[in-house]
Write a protein that binds this ligand. Structure first.
Ligand SMILES: [Zn+2]
Length: 83
């Protein structure tokens, strides 16, 4: 699995989880996540956190939290530019 595909998939996770993606796009992301163990961990992590936040506050996570998650997921996906 190419790194750019992973990057694309992780970028789309937010839209996927927020239900803003089209059906076809969802299928493509899900297909990628199934084949790619790289993204899968990040996806599960993101989903867990978002569910937790929603259950607690009944609102969308703050932009700051999203940004922090984004950084974490990029590190998890091995997409750290520092490396
Ligand atoms: Zn991937």
């Amino acid at each position: 699995m190419s790194k750019s595909a992973c990057h694309h998939a992780t970028e789309q996770i937010y839209f996927y989880l927020d239900g803003e993606m089209t059906y076809v796009r969802r299928l493509r992301i899900r297909w990628h996540l199934r084949r790619c163990g790289h993204c899968c961990g990040a996806f599960d992590f993101e989903e867990r956190v978002k569910q937790m936040v929603r259950t607690k506050s009944q609102t969308e996570p703050s932009a700051e939290l999203i940004q922090r998650l984004h950084t974490l997921i990029r590190e998890e996906a091995g997409d750290d530019p520092e490396r």
